[in-house]
Design a protein around this ligand. Sequence first.
Ligand code: GSH
Length: 211
Amino acid sequence: MVKLYNADASPNCFRVRAVINELGLDVELVEVDLSGKTPKPPGFLDVSPGGKVPAFVDDDGFTLFESRAIAAYLASKRPERGLYPDDPKRRAMVDQWSYWQAIHLGPAMQSVAFERVVKAKWGMGAPDEATVKSKLAEVEKFMPVLERGLEGKEWLAGTLTLADFAVASTFPLRKPAGISVTPNVQRWIERVEALPSWQRALPKYMAELVR
Ligand SMILES: N[C@@H](CCC(=O)N[C@@H](CS)C(=O)NCC(=O)O)C(=O)O
């Protein structure tokens, strides 16, 4: 059976779950307790030696870790859905936005959300205001890049692709985190958030916070 080692609250797992839903794939979710209070499922560390989720096992035993690699592999199983286009230029655009989210926008937005929202939710103390200030400044620097990338487009690479799932995965907590978005970004994120595949994948605690 195809399976994904998953943690509901993890944004990295969220991204892969949304892609699985969009592709209509049948994947067993094996929940991993990241708190360390319960033992890891048998075989998990063989698939993910770093102990991180998501991690993936295909029905022929092939394994992967890293959310974006898993999403790309899964999308390649259903090429007709166009989430990871074959055309080299469009595929490169998808990669461009996915890497940009992983390296630039994602860490900055997630850091603000962690300080302002996650810490309060899980009783982890007061936000570190210096971190909030410096990471908000980074977000403000990155947001115009996305605004411009969406100029005249509904989706980042023209049609719905892995790029939209990758970049959007850092947006669910933007409102409680006090992160404002620009007009093209607002219209685009509303489009992503209207996808049933996205709504079904959203971590429960995020759904409660943004309800
Ligand atoms: N770059 C990895 C990040 C994976 C990651 O950091 N996962 C977190 C959950 S969001 C995790 O498993 N943390 C547990 C740990 O580090 O022990 C990906 O995109 O899959």
